[in-house]
Design a protein around this ligand. Structure first.
Ligand code: ADP
Ligand code: ASP
Ligand code: MG
Length: 466
């Protein structure tokens, strides 16, 4: 079988974990699988890199210096543990120092300019994967595999939407096949940096935070893999985030559509864009746990076996705000909704959920909390005249909002789901601010206050017996 295996941050979080991954991959290789490895940076590294660059732009000349030292120590420690060959250690330690010198130089320039462009942010943010992959490849070689480190800038061609780049699949396919297939045919294991791509001109881009999952399926699509395995720190896709709902269970099989919906509604276990390259070619995705590699995890496929549950999982998107435009005079004034959303769109703010009461006295919508200020001032400006005329009474926002989503195919056609949800929350005295059904067939979304979110997730999880 030809398999792309993606390893996440905690799975490569220290020297021992890296040795564990090396043995795991080699074990599968000896069973005759052709494997491409895609790895994320060690957990926390990308955060540190990005935070340093942001602080540098704000005038802080210390954070990146401290980060440089701690990242050096961290990667040296990993090298010490995961690589035994003395001469390779020397080469790799030289490489680590060069990459981290590049990091410090970039941050110094950002500090001098006082500005951080998305393009510069990608140059800095991509260093975590570039630091780790050569070490992982060497650990694999020392465990018996013919591994070869490869920068995904040589494989994944993207547009220039820095920090959120999209792959250009024809070019990616061509490059990936040209480079990866001969290695696989010779029995080798390419070890690729996740998260990163490059424009046609060769400028480094990233696919969005958490994007190495996406690298996994992009490569899987490009080389026509039989399966893509996403190795993480939990036993697959679960009925809820186990950190919040301790009795969450693994979902053995789930459809592409449901998995995509879950990830769009906050299930961090898969990056939201991960599903589409696999679904396009009907490639099954498996979510597996490096801490418990014999657990079967979750299979994400086109037509899963049903498990009898209409609702399958509960997720949450946090850090949101609810904006309300209200006024008794709004009733019957044409075009208010159009103007509200045109105004928000002009600000480049995306709207996650909308509701309008039938009396037309208000329009509410949900956006990310960090866009609330901007939305309010743009709307104040847009509706200045209407306020003077008394058509609009006020534009205001409620912060600390969470969308809780219940996901499962076929929920829309099943009566009583909403009643059940309200019952479960009512019993626990949890207040629902708003509800929406029909953003797709797959989910029912509730708007709740941040304080009620975890309780709501647990109450619904219990009520639906997930
Ligand atoms: P990785 O570093 O391997 O990419 P992430 O931290 O990005 O791992 O994603 C795994 C985490 O996703 C889990 O540790 C878990 O807390 C969280 N998570 C959120 N929702 C779910 C869910 N429905 N099922 C499983 N894990 C979830
Ligand atoms: N290292 C990257 C990040 O932290 C990509 C990933 O983890 O998938 O966003
Ligand atoms: Mg992740």
């Amino acid at each position: 079988m030809r398999v792309v295996m993606k390893f996440g941050g905690t799975s490569v979080g220290n020297g021992d974990r890296i040795l564990n991954v090396a043995r795991l991959v080699y074990g599968y290789a000896t069973q005759g699988h052709a494997i491409v490895v895609a790895s994320s940076a060690m957990s926390g590294v990308t955060d540190t890199l990005i935070k340093s660059a942001r602080r540098a732009a704000e005038g802080d000349a210390n954070t990146f210096v401290t980060a440089h030292d701690s990242l050096t120590q961290q990667h040296f420690a990993v090298l010490e543990r995961a690589v035994s060959d003395e001469s390779m250690r020397a080469i790799l330690s030289q490489q680590i120092q060069e990459r981290l010198a590049e990091f410090a130089n970039l941050c110094r320039s950002i500090h001098i300019l006082g500005e951080l462009t998305p393009r510069a942010l990608d140059m800095v943010g991509s260093l975590g994967e570039r630091l780790l992959v050569p070490i992982l490849a060497q650990a694999l070689r020392e465990n018996g595999a013919q591994a070869q480190a490869i920068e995904s800038t040589e494989l994944v061609v993207t547009d220039d939407n820095f920090t959120q780049a999209s792959p250009l699949m024809d070019a990616t396919r061509q490059k990936s096949r040209a480079l990866l297939m001969p290695i696989l045919q010779a029995g080798g294991i390419p070890v690729v940096t996740g998260f990163i791509g490059a424009t046609r001109q060769g400028i480094i881009t990233t696919l969005g935070r958490g994007g190495s999952d996406y690298t996994g399926t992009i490569l899987g699509n490009a080389i026509d893999a039989d399966e893509v395995w996403i190795w993480t720190d939990v036993n697959g896709v679960m009925t809820a985030d186990p950190r919040i709902v301790p009795n969450a269970q693994t979902i053995p099989e789930i459809s592409y559509g449901e998995a995509a919906e879950l990830s769009y509604f906050g299930a961090k276990v898969i990056h939201p864009k991960t599903i589409s390259p696999a679904a396009e070619r009907d490639i099954p995705i498996r979510i597996l746990n490096t801490f418990e590699p014999t657990h079967p995890g979750t299979r994400i496929v086109r037509a899963p076996k049903t498990n009898g549950h209409t609702a399958k999982a509960i997720t949450a998107i946090r850090g949101l705000g609810l904006v309300t435009v209200e006024g008794r005079g709004m009733q019957g004034v044409p075009g208010v909704a159009g103007r509200v959303f045109a105004t928000v769109a002009r600000e480049g703010i995306s709207v996650l959920m909308i509701s309008q009461s039938s009396s037309e006295q208000n329009i509410c919508f949900i956006i990310e909390a960090n866009a609330v200020e901007r939305a309010l001032s743009a709307l104040d400006h847009e509706f200045e005249l209407d306020r003077m005329r008394g058509n609009i009474d006020r534009v205001w926002a409620q912060e600390h909002i969470v969308i809780v989503a219940i996901v499962g195919a076929g929920m829309k056609g099943t009566p009583g789901i909403a009643a059940n949800v309200f019952g479960a929350l009512g019993d626990k005295n949890l207040n629902v601010i708003s509800i929406a059904q029909g953003s797709s067939e797959f989910n029912l979304s509730l708007v709740v206050d941040e304080h009620d979110a975890n309780g709501a997730m647990r109450a619904i999880h219990d009520r639906f017996n997930l």
